[in-house]
Design a protein around this ligand. Structure first.
Ligand SMILES: N[C@@H](CCC(=O)N[C@@H](CS)C(=O)NCC(=O)O)C(=O)O
Length: 288
């Protein structure tokens, strides 16, 4: 028995990213179940989870359904007290809760004007005064946490915590829209984009294409501002260096090429997420 986690489209669903990081980043196994945020199936996908009406939603191994990221975070922290969800120090923990709560209920200008998209980097987006005010407040909170409780970083309270989970999509917005922040905040944003879990989420998201693109904006698009993935491509045939898929252990049937070497996977989904960012996948990198 394990948890089930219901999520929306990875490229755009900021709350789903938070829900997924709660499991992925703290080593809690979960089966991920897609919900059709843009395909029109959301209502029926969520029907068995009533009264849930938004994503993410989780179901515990015992069958309890919990919606809303704040409730999910507290439930997971309570059920897995040794996983490190919250900082250990009570003062740090109190501030971390404050940061999470303020994120959950605030920054409406940033959230409204800059919907999360993990596809590309916008190069000429001009933030409104209200967005700049949100950014100033976010920098104030980040700086407070770092100065008091996480001076060595790289995360807000030193070690990765729920506070970082809740600000990961904020970092993605700052990067994706090229929003102006100071050096310390920019370094924290870059740390999120380089985080292997965040890269896995994006690599999975890139396996799905959209036409039209949700939230498309009439601004100039550049490359995604995170670390450039190593260049891999899908190829039609093997043979591959490996006979078993690095993810499932099943026989290989789909192939990619990286640096002139061919590797195999048990299905196109395993291959494509790896093509999108090979270094995000430790099981694949172990083959190299
Ligand atoms: N307060 C909720 C927010 C969840 C949320 O707004 N999710 C969005 C996707 S990122 C959603 O389900 N939108 C669908 C809709 O509004 O119909 C949480 O913390 O989980």
């Amino acid at each position: 028995m394990t948890y089930d986690l219901y999520i929306g489209d990875r490229m755009f669903s900021s709350w789903s990213l938070r829900g997924w990081l709660m499991f992925e980043r703290f080593g809690i196994p979960a089966r991920t179940q897609p919900v059709g945020l843009y395909s029109g199936t959301m209502k029926q996908d969520l029907e068995p989870l009533a009264p849930a009406r938004l994503v993410p939603v989780m179901r515990t191994p015992e069958g309890t359904v919990i919606g809303d990221t704040l409730a999910m975070a507290e439930t997971l922290a309570e059920r897995h007290p040794d996983a490190g969800f919250w900082p250990v120090d009570p003062e740090a923990r109190a501030l971390a809760r404050w940061l999470v709560a303020e994120m959950h209920s605030g920054f409406t200008a940033l959230r409204g004007d800059c919907p999360m998209q993990l596809h590309s980097g916008y190069t000429d987006f001009t933030p409104s005064d209200a967005v700049c005010a949100d950014l100033a407040r976010i920098e104030e909170l980040w700086s407070l946490a770092r100065t008091r409780h996480g001076p060595e970083g790289p995360w807000l309270f030193g070690a990765y915590s729920l506070a970082d989970v809740f600000y990961a999509p904020v970092a993605a917005r700052i990067a994706g829209y090229g929003l102006p922040v100071g050096d310390r905040a920019a370094a924290y944003v870059a740390r999120h984009l380089a985080d292997p879990a965040f890269r896995r989420w994006r690599a999975l998201g890139l396996t799905k294409s959209y036409d039209p693109m949700p939230y498309a904006m009439a601004v100039t698009h550049g490359p995604w501002p995170g670390p450039a993935p190593r260049k891999a491509r899908a190829v039609d045939t093997g043979p591959s260096e490996n006979t078993a898929c690095p993810f499932s252990g099943k026989p290989v049937a789909d192939f990619l090429e990286l640096d002139g070497r061919v590797f195999g996977f048990c299905n196109p989904a395993c291959r494509d997420k790896t093509v999108n960012d090979p270094e995000a996948w430790p099981a694949f990198m172990a083959l190299l």
